[in-house]
Design a protein around this ligand. Structure first.
Ligand SMILES: Nc1ncnc2c1ncn2[C@@H]1O[C@H](COP(=O)(O)OP(=O)(O)OP(=O)(O)O)[C@@H](O)[C@H]1O
Length: 626
């Protein structure tokens, strides 16, 4: 089944920084007192820093002019103490904000993960995994750093600037006004920076997501890449993407460097203008030396708040973008949800009925007919129904509807007469269990993987499920049932993974078992054994099985033939063979595919035997020679 081409959402319009960050308020609220504590301590540190010039001014105009040694010492110690106090408050600020910012990040991450679990498969069909990964890791980390450091410093530095400029104006209205006037270009430059930086910053974040997708896909598909010798091509593609990201990051850095440069130059120009005018005022007797020293040292203290505004501004834009990217996921519609007033089925019998069911994928062209176009089918309790049809006829899609992986677009699916949309998802999925051709296993023990959906997590359930799925090979793994099977069960063969996925569906002991070609990777012998064991389980379970092999069809009590989005005919295998030409054609093509597969298996077995024999020959020959 070819998956829909994943894409990332197109870049939204430029977000406004404050509203974007304000959306994070629900996450911040629990830690707001500590955050405010952080701002207050940072502000105290800044005010203490501003007091140092006040002490200097007093020292120059007072004790230094009068030559009072004792007072000079007191002044020196006071300045030292002020410096120490500033350091203590900077430390306290870190203490206040580090803990809550990590807590905020953890809560946001949990919320995002929970949302991803709730979002329908249709959402995951559309979104690249790397885009989700980069949001869960990169963007959330960015927001944590902004709240732990950027936001506090931003607020503090702004307040420090306001207080400092106030002091400058009070001490010398002329010099203060000159300082402010010569700093005005900063506002214009910052405004222009904000306009250009947003787009490039967002592009970098999206490109990071693309890169994560590329890594994820190549790691996931490493076998295919190696088998087809496509490693170099993949690398070339990856290098191109990495280069694109590097170029965007460089544009970002250039933009930041330009802002930083102006934020460094402009205060120095202001400083120089004030110095010249100040010296002239001292010469004219309009200002004391102490007042000029105090003024200039305050201006120096303000240097950092002004300079830092550049990267803090960039930081705020990055965090606002990260917030927008986070809410693109958090705001995504959850259209497969629990009903407002759920019904419950106490003892399900397992009668599964599709009533004039229609379904189309969201991205299907409008002029195309529905993929499932009025399918009607009734499966009686305990009955096994095979679903056959030509490739691409929509069999896999149809099997996703009873468990609500997708919702029907018209018609309904009922279980014991109850519309599946009237049950909670949790209840529905205890009644309907699924196993797919593409068997996904999780990085967990065999036991946890198999008992994942089981109501009763006992050894007896586990043993029976493994028995039915012919998966007792797991007992021979290094740590038996406790062996952790690698990411997606990669350390197991395709057939072994399928058997474990089947065991998982059997262990769930559902009323309805939906199997989408779950035996495709098994050799003929094992398949026959699994089918034999399945027959016993299926005797009491309603089953809908997508069949790609004639032998799977034989398992079924009846067969439903899918054609043009509808159930074309239903009957026993022999009934359909006798009356339905299309069925004869489908079965003939399944048999042909089966023969091809068996031929391939025989060739492979022959080849392996020949290799074994030559290895043996080489060994015995070697021993004889010795
Ligand atoms: N997630 C999806 N988004 C969009 N289109 C999809 C999606 N999954 C499948 N399709 C399309 O729906 C059609 C039917 O696919 P489906 O896998 O249901 O058929 P199938 O009968 O099971 O095929 P096969 O026998 O080859 O497994 C195909 O054209 C496929 O490209």
């Amino acid at each position: 089944m070819p998956p829909a081409q994943p894409h990332r959402p197109s870049a939204p319009p430029r977000p406004k920084i404050i509203p974007s960050l304000r959306r994070l308020m629900p996450f911040l609220r629990p830690v707001l007192p500590r955050f405010i504590g952080g701002v207050i301590t940072a502000l105290v540190a800044a005010v203490v820093a501003l007091l140092i010039p006040v002490a200097l001014r007093w020292l120059v105009d007072g004790p230094l002019t009068s030559g009072d040694q004792a007072l000079i010492w007191i002044g020196g110690v006071a300045i030292l103490l002020l410096g120490l106090t500033e350091a203590v408050f900077v430390f306290l600020r870190r203490l206040f904000v580090t803990l809550p910012s990590t807590a905020v990040e953890a809560t946001m991450r949990q919320t995002l993960y929970a949302k991803l679990q709730r979002l329908p498969i249709a959402f995951h069909d559309r979104w690249q995994s790397g885009q989700l990964l980069s949001r869960a890791v990169g963007d959330l980390g960015m927001m944590r750093r902004f709240f732990a450091f950027g936001a506090v410093i931003f607020i503090t530095n702004l307040l420090t600037l306001i207080i400092g400029l106030g002091i400058l104006l009070v001490w010398s209205p002329l010099l203060g006004a000159l300082f402010i006037l010569t700093s005005i270009p900063i506002v214009v430059i910052a405004f222009r920076f904000e306009q250009s930086y947003h787009q490039v910053a967002r592009r970098a974040q999206d490109q990071q997501g693309d890169l994560a997708t590329a890594v994820e896909q190549s790691v996931h598909g490493i076998r295919v890449l190696k088998a087809f010798g496509r490693g170099q091509t993949a690398l070339a593609g990856f290098e191109q993407q990495a280069e694109a990201l590097r170029s965007t990051e460089l544009t970002k850095a250039r933009s930041e460097a330009m802002l930083w440069m102006w934020l460094t130059i402009i205060p120095f120009v202001s400083y120089a203008v004030c110095l010249v005018v100040g010296i002239w005022q001292v010469a004219e007797g309009q200002l004391s030396v102490g007042e000029l020293v105090g003024f200039l040292s305050t201006a120096v203290v303000l240097n950092w708040p002004i300079e830092s505004l550049g990267f803090l501004f960039a930081f705020a834009i990055d965090a606002a973008n990260a917030s927008v990217r986070l809410f693109e996921v958090l705001d995504a519609e959850e259209d497969i949800v629990d009903p407002a007033e759920p019904t419950t089925i106490v003892a399900p019998k397992g009668r599964l009925v599709l009533e004039d069911v229609h379904f189309r994928y969201q991205d299907a062209p409008e002029d195309e007919r529905d993929l499932v176009d009025g399918a009607t089918l009734a499966i009686e309790p305990g009955e096994t129904m095979a679903l056959v049809g030509v490739t691409g006829s929509g069999k896999t899609t149809l099997t996703a509807l009873p468990g609500r992986l997708y919702d029907v677009t018209a018609g309904r699916v009922t279980l014991d007469g109850v519309d599946v949309r009237d049950l909670t998802l949790e209840e529905l999925r205890t009644h309907v269990a699924m196993a797919f051709e593409d068997a996904t296993l999780f990085s967990a023990s065999v036991r946890d993987n198999v008992l994942m959906g089981a109501r009763e997590k006992s050894d007896a359930v586990l043993d029976r499920a493994l028995e039915v799925a012919q998966a007792t090979f797991v007992r021979d793994l290094p740590e038996g049932l406790e062996t952790t099977i690698g990411e997606e069960g990669m350390s197991l063969s395709g057939g072994q993974r399928q058997r474990l996925a089947l065991a998982r569906a059997v262990a769930a002991d559902p009323a309805v078992l939906v199997l989408d070609d779950p035996l495709s990777a098994l050799d003929v012998e094992t398949e026959a054994l699994v089918e034999d064991a399945l027959r016993h389980v299926l005797a009491s379970t309603t089953a809908l099985i997508v069949a790609h092999r004639p032998s799977t069809v034989q398992l079924a009590d009846r067969v439903a033939l899918m054609r043009d989005g509808r159930i074309d005919d239903v009957g026993t295998h022999s009934e359909l063979l006798a009356r339905n030409e299309h069925y004869v054609h489908v079965i003939a093509s399944l048999e042909e595919a089966q023969r091809d597969r068996q031929d391939l298996e025989q060739v492979a077995t022959g080849a392996f035997q020949a290799i074994d024999a030559s290895v043996m020959d080489a060994r015995t020959g070697g021993e004889e020679e010795r």
